[in-house]
Design a protein around this ligand. Structure first.
Ligand code: THU
Length: 138
């Protein structure tokens, strides 16, 4: 785990924190925001959206990825995930795979609390030996 220098990190953190304000999490009360910076420099954000039928809830990262894809972008340069509490709000297993789809060796995953970024990872650290588009010839 290492903190990494990232010029646009403050703006990306601000976007993730703002997204967290919109989180719909009446069941867990665990509010999460995520923001992706894509190669164009644009930022795409998302929040968790829970559901009374619990498994239908979705993570903040999934919302941010959907917004990125809708805009026609296909690569995650960096993503910031903002949660709360003492523990690092690292992406869940499913979201690690979601990020993997659009990641490369340079992609940075920054994990933050409301006060700022706490830790930064490469995707290989979070999801080693992963399965990806290359396995399907893409
Ligand atoms: N959650 C996220 O949105 N992203 C994460 O990285 C971790 C967990 C959400 C899912 C659920 O709505 C709540 O946090 C508690 O698990």
């Amino acid at each position: 785990m290492s903190k990494s220098a990232d010029a646009g990190l403050e703006a990306l953190f601000a976007a993730a924190k703002a997204a967290r304000e919109r989180a719909y999490a009446p069941y867990s009360r665990f509010f999460v925001g995520a923001a992706i910076r894509a190669p164009s420099g644009a930022i795409y954000s998302g929040c968790n959206v829970e559901n009374a039928a619990y498994p239908q809830g979705s993570c903040a990262e999934a919302g941010a990825i959907a917004a990125m894809a809708l805009a026609g972008e296909r690569r995650i340069e960096a993503i910031v995930v903002v949660g709360d509490g003492e523990d690092l709000c690292t992406p869940c297993g499913g979201c690690r795979q979601r990020i993997r789809e659009f990641a490369d060796a340079a992609t940075r995953v920054h994990v933050a609390g409301p006060e700022g970024v706490r830790a930064s990872f490469g995707l290989e650290e979070l999801l080693p030996h992963s399965f990806g588009p290359g396995h399907l010839g893409r």
